[in-house]
Write a new protein. Structure first.
Length: 129
């Protein structure tokens, strides 16, 4: 048992019981039983103070529900922000791909013109010789 501050003075109770005519042994035993009863009562009271009431549980449930709703809203907002960022990133990548495609096509066209000119020059040289 925890060391609890009790209110029953067993010596005083035993002396009163002896004064009322009880034997020393009976008075002391009865006083100890009173003390034990007080300790049990105090332990029970302490335990009850630690127990959650229906009101405590309802308040906790309401607070938890509110926390879940806040989390849900925050998560939806985060998902929407990520969706928009991803959409923007995809658009940027598409633009970069189109730019590279255009540059590649331009370079290929230049090489085709150069190669065509080279072939024509070679053919002219061959035919004129």
């Amino acid at each position: 048992m925890e060391n609890m501050a009790g209110y029953i003075d067993t010596l005083k109770v035993a002396n009163k019981l002896k004064g009322a005519g009880l034997s020393d042994e009976a008075a002391e035993e009865l006083a100890e039983q009173f003390k034990y009863s007080e300790e049990v009562f105090l332990e029970k009271k302490e335990a009850e103070e630690k127990l959650a009431t229906k009101k405590d549980i309802e308040e906790l449930r309401a607070a938890t529900k509110l926390d879940i709703e806040k989390l849900r809203a925050s998560t939806k907002q985060d998902i929407e922000e990520l969706r928009l960022e991803t959409k923007t990133d995809i658009a940027e990548v598409k633009l970069e791909i189109e730019k590279l495609r255009s540059e590649t096509t331009s370079k290929m066209n230049k090489q085709t013109v150069w190669l065509s000119s080279l072939i024509v020059t070679c053919l002219v040289a061959i035919l004129t010789t």
